[in-house]
Design a protein around this ligand. Sequence first.
Ligand code: SF4
Ligand code: SF4
Length: 98
Amino acid sequence: MSKEKVIAIPNVATPSAPVVFNPDICDGCNTCVEACQIDVFIPNPEKGKPPIILHPDECWYGGCCVNDCPRPGAITFKWALQHRGYWKNKATGEVHQI
Ligand code: SF4
Ligand code: SF4
């Protein structure tokens, strides 16, 4: 077994958050980590905790991580700010957002 130590520092300066984890539902199975081909996340060193979002700005917004999660509600997809659509229902004036 390797004795090398890995230090990972999440990019906290960015406002991007392609997904949000619900720690009450997520059991840290890391299926989403495996699904992400860009390695946006890494497994949490604390077993049973949600993965750590390491490189949010690298997300392609394909949603594989959310689609593959076996626990509904554990991970929620969020479009990037510049991709969020808004529209207004002319009849009711109601504003909708994706
Ligand atoms: S949407 Fe795609 S690129 Fe972004 S974190 Fe999920 S799997 Fe990775
Ligand atoms: S969000 Fe879903 S797939 Fe990812 S670690 Fe949590 S339970 Fe597993």
